[in-house]
Design a protein around this ligand. Sequence first.
Ligand SMILES: [Zn+2]
Length: 154
Amino acid sequence: MYIQTEGDQTHQARREMQDVTHRSLGFLHRENINRIKASNSFFPFMSTAQIRAAVTQFAESVEDTSKRAPCASCGRLLSITDIHAVGKSNCSLRLLGGEVDHCGRQGNTWNLCSKCLTSLPQNSMPNFSAKNLVNVTVCLHYPSILEDLTPVEE
Ligand SMILES: [Zn+2]
């Protein structure tokens, strides 16, 4: 029977430490090679024409978004060509009883989508409407103490 001496235990501990160090260095080496490969393949070449097309597409997208307005009744965000401007005395607006989204106001007129403009006079309340207390826009009126909320806090 062999009895381990203190020197044997020290030698064994040293070998285990070298083994762990060797494996760690191998792991770091492989990670470094993978990082270099990823860095070399990142951001593929884009031609000037592709960059120009992407910038144009982005500008058009921003412009399209800026040409939208919310319906004062249902809060849907629509192209301004699909919005109907109605005055305060319009029967559709009166049916809402003042429960309108103020983001849908343009000076003295209010924006209504075609659906709300036709369904309100028939006493058919849109499911998503300020009158039904289901406003889908983010344009809500908060108490003054909550006016400084960030979108995340909302
Ligand atoms: Zn609507």
